[in-house]
Design a protein around this ligand. Structure first.
Ligand code: AMP
Length: 555
């Protein structure tokens, strides 16, 4: 049985390696030696900073506040002291390690933790809801901390915060599994696209090798990675690229994958979060108007008087946990379906043209459930006309799709090209903020932004304080309150979790921020709740946009 100490020591050794190849080799060697299936499953997920697979509804639901409290209860160290440590070290894991180290000198007895035990307790914590659940979570977590050695405390804390800082992403895990069990990386990846669970992929690979992975099938109620689009440079290029072309509006909404099978409806967002409970109106419509035994792909849009409302309204619906039906009345949604992934069996290998026929026969269209219109044409004038009608209707542009192509989960390919009206915005990670003044003193009214470098470090590029409505600020304050790591006067530091889309007048060179750049007149466009921190823009993109300004100015 794998102890949590062994696992933590292993994490530390991986953390020290910077080369991707070496990390892969190290992980493949480690997982190859794990005999027990549960240990293998947990190791894979934990290395990626996940307790549950990405798509699962389960969540440990432990914020920073609870960690401070559990550490205080288990070690007697005051929150203020832990906060200072976090400020000094810039990392919760290292701070928890230090706190436990201080305390360990005086405590003698503790039970040895295993990876299984940690899983068991975190599962129990995930299942707690309602009154008294916070207290119980603190008790369970402090019991874990009491049994932790310092290094275990580092990785337990990081696991709970879903940020292991090992530099182990999906690519490394895929290659490590491939190497450990002697299977082609492509087959491993395909298995992941249909199961969305590298833990399950590893266990299956170990048990039945390549054949077992190939026989993994798309299963209703387990989400499939969504097919993604590439940017089309212009219509002429797209027409050259795609011979059999279908043109659709690119709707300004949010992606949904809707499963209807065995009498049950499940709805997943672009990040494959389960948002079923927030959308009871859509669930009802699907049950009434969609054939059972299907998985559909589409876009959900908020509408008012026939016009799409800004995309944040859809996300507001997605996030809603209480008074869901009241919100459904306030922000009515409609769905435009444009693809089908499963029709009493996987249909991803059929050409889009065939899939569309199946989609049309699976849905009885009405006011809420619609099928995206598609025009088959390669005439640039006709495409321009469709593009303009989409913009006029308040949408983003058009999607140009290869009608002969398969549905390729999780891939950004040339079979779907997007053509958008150009306005270069940046998607940046929110890393800090400041409480407002006067009547806004109870609102966090400015937000610090950062881009990513190659290693995933966050580099600040500016601060945004305009473009928010009062309603935006209220909602954002509510959202960000639970992400505060450190508070100093009016200033706050956030756990990096959310991404803002921002517009700006110009990018400047600046020594003020570690990125070397600063945004001039940044303006909040929207919360990109559908993007994870890893999907934010990189320093390379900022640099490229900076260079482009010169070109367009001719200086
Ligand atoms: P982007 O988010 O800019 O990469 O654009 C791709 C997204 O456009 C997809 O993930 C969908 O959410 C959205 N989209 C809107 N309309 C369509 C459509 N007709 N076909 C495919 N994707 C669409």
């Amino acid at each position: 049985m794998l102890t949590f100490q062994e696992f933590s020591k292993f994490c530390e050794s991986v953390e020290r390696i910077s080369s991707t190849l070496e990390k892969t080799a190290k992980i493949s060697g480690f997982i190859k030696e794990i005999d027990d299936e549960d240990d293998l499953y947990n190791t894979i997920l934990f290395l990626m900073g996940r307790v549950h697979p990405e798509w699962s509804e389960k969540d440990v639901g432990i914020g920073i506040g609870l960690i401070y409290e559990a550490l205080r209860v288990s070690t007697g160290v005051e929150k203020r002291i832990i906060e200072n440590l976090v400020r000094e070290k810039g990392d919760f894991g290292l701070s928890a390690e230090e706190v436990v180290r201080k305390k360990k000198q005086t405590s003698l007895f503790s039970e040895e933790l295993t990876v299984k035990k940690v899983r068991e307790v975190l599962d129990e914590i995930s299942s707690l809801t309602g009154e008294g659940s916070q207290k119980r979570k603190i008790i369970l977590l402090s019991e874990l901390y009491i049994s932790c050695t310092p290094i275990e405390a580092r990785y337990l804390t990081r696991l709970i915060l879903k940020e292991m800082r090992l530099g182990v992403g999906e690519g490394i895990v895929r290659d490590a599994i491939a190497r450990a069990f002697g299977i082609d990386a492509e087959i491993v990846e395909r298995a992941y696209m249909v199961t969305n669970d590298y833990g399950k992929v590893a266990v299956t690979a170990r048990k039945g090798g390549k054949d077992a992975l190939l026989s993994l099938k798309i299963t209703p109620h387990i989400p499939v990675k969504m097919m993604l689009a590439q940017v089309a440079e212009n219509v002429e290029e797209a027409v050259k690229e795609i011979k059999h072309l279908g043109v659709e509006w690119k709707f300004d909404g949010s992606r949904v994958q809707i499963h209807y099978a065995n009498g049950k409806v499940s709805i997943f967002s672009r990040r494959l979060e389960n948002v079923t409970n927030a959308l009871p109106d859509i669930v009802e419509e699907v049950k009434k108007n969609v054939k059972e035994g299907v998985i559909l792909d589409g876009e959900v849009i908020a509408v008012k008087d026939g016009k799409p409302m800004p995309f944040q309204h859809v996300l507001r619906r997605f996030r809603r946990k209480h008074e869901v039906s009241k919100m459904a009345e306030k922000i009515p949604l409609i769905v435009y379906f444009y693809d089908i992934i499963y029709d009493e069996g996987s249909v991803i290998d059929l050409p889009l043209e065939e899939r569309r026929k199946r989609l049309i026969s699976a849905v009885s269209k009405n006011e809420v459930l619609k099928i995206a219109e598609q025009v088959v044409t390669r005439d640039p004038d006709e495409i321009a006309r469709i593009f303009n009608s989409a913009i006029e209707a308040g949408h983003e542009g058009v999607m140009l799709k290869n009608l002969d192509s398969k549905y390729i989960p999780g891939k950004r390919g040339k079979n779907w090209l997007k053509l958008k009206a150009t306005m270069e915005t940046l998607d940046l990670v929110v890393v800090g903020g400041e409480w407002g003044e006067g009547k806004r003193s109870n609102l966090i009214s400015s937000y610090e932004l950062a881009c990513l470098d190659e290693e995933g470090n966050l580099l600040k590029v500016g601060k945004v304080a305009t473009g928010f409505t009062d309603e935006d600020l209220e909602e954002l304050t509510e959202l960000f309150k639970s992400e505060i790591e450190v508070e100093e006067g009016k200033k706050v530091v956030f756990h990096p979790k959310y991404v803002f889309e921002v517009a700006y007048q110009e990018i400047q060179r600046s020594p003020k921020y570690e990125s070397g750049y600063a945004l001039r007149f940044p303006r909040f466009v929207r919360l990109r709740d559908d993007k994870s921190v890893e999907e934010a823009d990189t320093i390379e993109r900022v640099a490229r946009l900076y260079e482009m300004q010169f070109r367009s100015k001719g200086t």
